[in-house]
Design a protein. Structure first.
Length: 237
């Protein structure tokens, strides 16, 4: 894995989005092209390997590492609090871990594709209801490279009857929502991803995403394979 041409400081929208932690001057802003290229070419931090999807800030306010911690998701109205487990894992085990984390959800699930390829300042959710888990896993494995390395693609798999969800977001973090969480924690530990109450994730500081036209086309193919119409409707609903 070498320098990543998909990262471009002067490109916004699909090819790059910078999330700045409430500062007007980010750590990328004063870099020369050579310094930026060198930083974006670094994927290994100790024993932790990043995918091509995202890179941390130049000042490394958050150094990527493996682990998980508990947190809570609060809805925008603040009326509902859902317990979550947030996890970060090294590239070599990340996709298989995500696939195994789906097992507690059951045999039939809903799936949501999350995309920020079209540069509207946020992401769009594309929904498919009622897909058999073995079918879903087979399709996801066919698109493993894109799902791992595209910083504009995320996936959420949920079982509404269990009120549980597993998300593999654009930063390539794995987030499990809804009690009980023990089954998800057990899977994480089996993959040597251990609890770390002090862990900070790449989302908690400035960072940069990467994508490409190839990944955009592959995302469209994944959307088609899952039976989701171009307008986001479930063609099987």
């Amino acid at each position: 894995m070498g320098p990543l041409p998909g990262f471009s400081r002067n490109t916004t929208a699909a090819n790059q989005s910078i999330s700045d932690s409430k500062s007007t001057i980010g750590s990328f802003d004063t870099l020369s092209d050579e310094e930026l290229e060198a930083h974006l070419g670094v994927f290994r931090y100790g024993a932790f390997d990043l995918t091509d999807a995202v890179r941390p800030s130049y000042d490394l306010k958050v150094v990527p590492r493996q682990g998980f911690r508990h947190d809570a998701y609060k809805d925008p109205n603040g009326k509902t609090s859902i317990p979550v487990v947030m996890a970060s894992a090294s590239r070599e085990k990340l996709f298989d871990l995500f696939i195994e984390m789906l097992d507690p959800l059951g045999e039939v699930v809903d799936v949501v594709l999350e995309t920020s390829h079209h540069g509207n300042g946020g992401h769009s959710d594309l929904y498919r209801e009622h897909i058999d888990m073995p079918v879903l896993k087979s399709i996801l494995y066919d698109f493993e490279e894109m799902i791992l390395n595209d910083g504009c693609t995320g996936i959420a798999v949920l079982n509404p009857s269990k009120q549980q969800e597993v998300q593999f977001d654009e930063h390539k973090m794995i987030i499990a929502y809804g009690e009980p969480l023990k089954a998800f924690e057990k899977i994480l530990i089996q993959h040597d991803v251990y609890p770390d109450k002090d862990i900070r994730f790449i989302t908690e500081a400035e960072h940069v995403h990467s994508s490409s036209d190839i990944f955009t086309r592959q995302f469209d193919q994944l959307q088609m394979r899952l039976g989701i119409e171009q307008d986001g409707r479930d063609q099987y609903a």
